[in-house]
Ligand binder design. Structure first.
Ligand SMILES: C[S@@+](CC[C@H](N)C(=O)[O-])C[C@H]1O[C@@H](n2cnc3c(N)ncnc32)[C@H](O)[C@@H]1O
Length: 227
């Protein structure tokens, strides 16, 4: 299992997360990424070239598996801002309190084993006015699709390195102490159980809401705007 997780899976993830529709999906939230950025579960750095160098000061890319970062070499070399890889888990972030402006996750909350612990750490490192920006797949709002997501989960989780098809992403984020500011949901091309996606921004609970409405550019996004 160790060889699969450390040496094979990061290569599969690199290819799977680099396909056109997934790149387009992430683009929807990138305009909200700014300042000192911490990306959790950064994988092979597909988000880095999508970040605006005018807005982003530096990026800490955290992942427990270092191979993805090595696969990202060409992407990193082309960047105009500084990056640093943190070989660590989202449940234990090796950064100071209040030290980042944006925490970013894309297709990572599905895999992080203890998401509530990770959200608690995110609140600790995020400065009070900072923003959590996310693009995540998870539990659909349609009952029959949910049934399939629950049915497929045991086998999918084993094949895909602990990825969950059936995490209720907005509820999870709110249980973790964040207030969601803007949220859109919809499907991207591909098997539906894997493609129900949440694009949004959130702030630490009990803070003043700021204008973070998400405008989704992809045509196939169809449903579920909130706020
Ligand atoms: C599906 S990949 C997504 C990669 C990247 N975020 C993207 O969008 O291309 C999930 C990533 O979460 C990472 N991961 C797994 N457990 C983690 C943990 N405890 N903390 C942070 N990242 C973790 C995996 O190593 C993998 O790189």
């Amino acid at each position: 299992m160790g060889v699969w997780r450390r040496h094979v899976l990061p290569r599969i993830v690199d290819v799977a997360t680099g396909i056109e529709s997934t790149l387009r999906s992430r683009e929807n939230v990138m305009p909200y990424v700014r300042g000192r950025v911490l990306e959790l579960g950064a994988g092979s750095g597909h988000n880095l070239p999508l970040m605006d160098p005018e807005l982003v000061e530096r990026v800490w890319a955290l992942d427990p598996e270092p191979l993805g970062w090595r696969l990202a070499r060409e992407r990193i070399d082309a960047l105009e801002f500084e990056t640093e890889f943190l070989e660590a888990s989202a449940e234990e972030i090796p950064l100071e309190d209040d030290s980042v402006d944006t925490v970013l996750t894309t297709y990572a909350l599905c895999t992080i084993p203890e998401p509530l612990a990770a959200l608690s750490e995110m609140r600790r490192v995020l400065r009070p006015e900072g923003e959590f920006v996310f693009c995540e797949h998870g539990l659909a709002d349609d009952e029959s699709l949910r049934k399939w997501q629950h049915r497929l989960q045991p086998i999918w989780g084993r094949l895909a390195g602990g990825c969950h098809l059936n995490r209720p992403i907005p509820q999870l984020i709110e249980s973790g102490g964040f207030e969601i500011q803007g949220l859109r949901t919809g499907f991207f091309p591909g098997p539906k159980p894997l493609r129900y996606t949440f694009w949004g921004t959130a702030r630490i609970g009990d803070r003043l809401p700021i204008s973070s409405r998400i405008t989704v550019r992809a045509q196939s996004v169809s449903e579920g705007e909130r706020k």
